[in-house]
Design a protein around this ligand. Structure first.
Ligand code: EZ4
Ligand code: CO
Length: 402
């Protein structure tokens, strides 16, 4: 019988930190899984190295579902981002192995092609509204038909979600940067720049906006209502992630579509949102929500309730995740849209291949598995060093929500 012979946890930092799990079978087939949890990378690396890899060696790599259940149900401690990212890394690496063994791209193993291409949205942002609009023009020139727009709130230094010097990398400090936050200033400013973006870009562009969990349910309801004329594709993460209940109130008051999920890690965290149709898009990711196996389960539940996918795809999710998400998006019936930011130039020196961007969409090549290779020699040139996401404080000094 073919067994899992080796599982290695690989750390590298080609432009930013990435953790990768590589599984090698007794037949010499390798598979890759992303294990990157932004700002908490070493916790997942240890979870894998110290507590998961010893359980994998000697097992049948073909039994993806059984290994998923074993690692999830068998661990006693369930859910949470560290656990679910570790399980995802194993799951995605095993799908990669299965594809290579079968000689088929992963989307074929998931039921085959449901669409010709995977619609993506990218980010446009600026320290000022004209700068944001200029960035949106650049995205249009690159062919993007869907754009997430964010502008720095005047008087609020270092607004989250805005590029600095043309680069979007929120986790770029050795210790967390503390950023001020004012809900009042944001609410007074954001509707106007969203309107300016709509006027500038015209009716045919999909416009998205990320609230980054900063509002109360009532504030989010009012905000959603106040931008209904903009016709947003979605309002992302309006409230802190802990409460699915919050969305009932938001839903009663606005027809602005709602997307949520990038910090949610299991089907139980989105169950009420989906079954009560409180959101329009689920944005969980392959890497943080238990891999292809579990995200597929979430999206299948969503399909029953007319909720569509909108997988998180920021650049802290590695090219392995981007490829896995694109395979899944190619196969599922209820795909909505996929986030696509691209990576720092150096990233391609370590991760070869993967999903290809062309004409506003992502495409996967018909190669066995996920189609991503990891270059050990290149990876060795980029040493991991701790980097944190910022922490938001209100103007009175107290910690605000994500
Ligand atoms: O804050 O990926 O939709 N994208 C985002 C990102 C996330 C980071 C967190 O690691 O909101 O900027
Ligand atoms: Co977001």
């Amino acid at each position: 019988m073919t067994t899992i012979e080796r599982a290695e946890v690989l750390l590298t930092s080609p432009g930013r930190n990435f953790v990768t799990l590589r599984i090698t079978t007794s037949d010499g087939v390798t598979g890759l899984g992303d294990a990157t949890l932004n700002g908490r990378e070493l916790a997942v690396a240890s979870y894998l190295r110290d507590h998961v890899v010893p359980l994998l060696v000697g097992r049948d790599p073909a039994r993806i579902e059984d290994l998923w259940q074993y690692l999830f149900r068998g661990a006693y401690w369930r859910r949470g981002p560290v656990t679910m990212t570790a399980i995802a890394a194993v799951d995605v690496a095993l799908w990669d192995v299965k594809g290579k063994v079968a000689g088929l791209p992963v989307y074929q193993l998931l039921g085959g092609r449901s669409r010709e291409q995977v619609l993506v949205y990218t980010h446009a942002s600026g320290e000022s509204v004209p700068e944001m609009l200029e960035d949106a023009d650049r995205a249009r020139e690159l062919g993007y038909a869907a754009i997430r727009v964010q502008a720095a709130v005047p008087g609020i230094a270092g607004t989250y979600g805005v590029k600095k010097n043309g680069r979007y990398e929120p986790a770029d400090h050795a210790l967390p940067q503390e950023q001020p936050w004012s809900t009042e200033a944001y609410l007074a400013f954001a509707p106007d720049y969203l309107r300016a973006a709509r006027e500038h870009l015209g009716a045919e562009v999909h416009l998205l906006h990320d609230v980054h969990h900063r509002l109360t349910p009532l504030e989010a309801a009012r905000f959603g209502r106040s931008v209904e004329d903009v016709g947003l594709y979605w309002m992302e993460d309006p409230t802190p992630a802990d409460s699915q209940d919050a969305f009932r109130l938001i839903r009663q008051h606005t027809t602005t579509p709602i997307a949520v999920g990038e910090v949610l890690t299991s089907i139980w965290d989105v169950k009420d949102l989906i079954t009560e149709q409180l959101v329009d898009y689920v944005r969980c990711s392959v890497v943080h929500a238990g891999g292809i196996t579990h995200l597929r389960r979430i999206y299948d539940l969503a399909a029953l309730y007319n909720v569509r996918s909108g997988s998180h795809g920021a650049s802290d999710l590695s090219p392995v995740t981007q490829a896995a998400a694109t395979h899944l998006a190619t196969a599922i019936p209820n795909f909505g849209i996929q986030e696509h930011m691209g990576y720092p130039d150096l990233t391609a020196e370590v991760f070869h291949g993967g999903a290809r961007y062309d004409g506003g969409a992502l495409h996967v090549d018909d190669v066995p598995g996920l189609g991503v290779e990891y270059d050990d020699a290149a990876a060795a040139r980029f040493e991991y060093s701790p980097k944190y996401l910022p922490v938001a404080r209100r103007l009175d000094g107290s910690v605000h929500d994500w």
